[in-house]
Design a protein. Structure first.
Lengths: 236, 258
């Protein structure tokens, strides 16, 4: 199988000196659906930001075989679709159409091509007909779906989601999980929502204090109660 | 939360709504320049301008009460500025008169100018309401883009339009949080609390800006703004600009020379 993400000995500390990641090793293969779980402040979001080169630590990060360097960033960002936690940050345009078209336009698509991609992306998330709406007026669940559409329109090979189910009621949450299950694409999800992990991901990587503390099949890791308790993911 | 959007009636359909935003923008800008530069004593021109803008407002089918309310809401600002004008006037006219007499004539002159400025301002505000009330904000931005307004300014306006309500919501939530913890104490303490809230709001907005930028970069943004254009200039636009421009210039020239 193709390795789409290869990370070797990645350490990262923020400018204020806070050590966010220490010696992280991670390989993700094409078609996998991987959950990155861990308590608050474990370094999940920081790790995600390395997947498309927004942050760069001290190590070898290769995305789809391309080292994360300046000259490859454009290509890497086309291949890695990143959905941020707060859809308000992701949806910055006056209309839904402008937001979903933002990626394709930046990639240099023609007008017709961009419109086609917007239409398809909105169809895939079940939000057709919302093109002219202002993102401000959508419900949280709708905003999350549109946020996913904004990266699907770039036709990425890897979909990276940060806390996709936060702030959602159970119905919206399960709608979203069904939607994600239906997308045939490599998925990496950072979350501490274990229901989501069980429903969506075959493999789980557990992170705590910036280190990988477990990596294996979801079934094994989520049934290891003492491991979950030790890292704040289950009540003691 | 509920907000009054600047373009809340832009979904109506009328002759004015269907015009190209560029035509509307340029017409309104011309209208404002002509109104402002019309000499003070040309009341006939003023009446013509008023009829012109009222005709457009009627055509636009904007609710009259909404237009009136909105125009009055902006009025206090105009008055605050215009009220000072009579006080500047005496320096130029008075001079040789004694103070008591001088003050009488100043008041008369000043009131005249005040009324004039107020009516001009009101005309301009009506024109701007016509523009903002009949044009979707996004289309106005597109129009401005095609008129070669610098991209940076357009992006700032666009982001402001997108996020201002979010910032207002955030401020409201902070106020609720403050009130539910029984905000009281001395005046100095209250001021300090408000200062902290403003600071927090600033930091949150700043951090949101960073996150938005990350989201833009993640979708291939490299500093250059690209967009799809879909505006076109229709015969109706040409008709409107011709009639509007003709009335404007005709009244300016004819009544101005009397």
């Amino acid at each position: 199988m193709d390795k789409v993400i290869e990370i070797e000995g990645l350490s990262f500390s923020y400018p204020d000196g806070q050590q966010a990641l220490q010696e992280v090793n991670l390989v993700v293969h094409a078609g996998e659906s991987v959950a990155i779980i861990g308590p608050n402040g474990a370094g999940k979001s920081t790790l995600l930001l390395h997947f498309n080169g927004i942050l760069r630590g001290n190590s070898k990060v290769r995305i789809c075989g391309l080292p994360a360097e300046d000259r490859n960033l454009k290509e890497i960002r086309r291949r890695v679709g990143m959905v941020f936690q707060d859809p308000e940050d992701q949806l910055f345009s006056p209309t839904v159409f402008d937001d979903v078209a933002f990626g394709p336009i930046n990639m240099g698509c023609s007008k017709a091509e961009a419109e086609k991609r917007v239409k398809q992306a909105l169809e895939r998330v079940g939000m057709s007909g919302y093109e002219r709406r202002s993102p401000y007026h959508l419900s949280v669940g709708e905003k999350k779906k549109v946020a996913i559409a904004t990266v699907l329109s770039m036709e990425p090979e890897i979909l990276v989601l940060d806390e996709p189910t936060s702030n959602l009621d159970p119905r919206s949450k399960w709608n979203l999980i069904k939607l994600l299950q239906g997308l045939c694409i490599t998925k990496i999800v950072a979350t501490h929502d274990l229901e989501l992990v069980r429903a969506l991901c075959h493999r789980t990587v557990m992170l705590d204090h910036g280190k990988v503390v477990a990596d294996g099949s979801t079934e094994v890791i989520l049934s290891d109660l003492s491991l979950l308790q030790a890292h704040g993911l289950a009540p003691c | 939360m509920k907000h009054n959007f600047i373009d809340q009636y832009s979904d109506l359909d009328s002759l004015i709504h269907r015009l190209d935003p560029r035509v509307k923008f340029i017409s309104i800008l011309a209208f404002i320049i002509v109104v402002v530069s019309t000499p003070i004593r040309n009341w006939l021109s003023m009446v013509t301008y008023f009829c012109l803008i009222v005709a457009c407002l009627v055509l636009s089918r904007l609710p009259p009460v909404y237009v009136l309310k909105r125009s009055l809401a902006i009025f206090p600002f105009v008055l605050v500025i215009a009220v000072f004008i009579p006080f500047f006037k005496p320096g130029e006219v008075a001079g040789s008169y004694n103070l008591w007499l001088g003050r009488i004539s100043i008041t008369y002159d000043g009131l005249f100018i005040l009324a004039n400025i107020a009516s001009k301002a009101w005309l301009c505000i009506l024109a701007l309401i016509l523009l903002s009330g009949t044009t979707k904000f996004t289309f106005l931005l597109k129009g401005l883009r095609q008129l070669r307004v610098p991209e940076v300014i357009l992006m700032i306006i666009s982001f402001m339009y997108r996020y201002i309500f979010l910032v207002v919501d955030e401020a409201m939530r902070m106020r609720q949080g403050r009130d539910s913890r029984n905000f009281g104490g001395t005046r100095w303490h209250q001021l300090r609390t408000i200062g902290h809230m403003v600071g927090t709001l600033f930091i949150r907005s700043y951090e949101r800006g960073e996150r938005i930028y990350a989201a833009m970069v993640a979708r291939g943004f490299d500093g250059e703004v690209r967009s799809l254009n879909e505006l076109r200039f229709a015969p109706a636009d040409a008709c409107f600009s011709f009639v509007f421009g003709f009335v404007l210039i005709y009244s300016f020239v004819t009544f101005g020379l009397v």
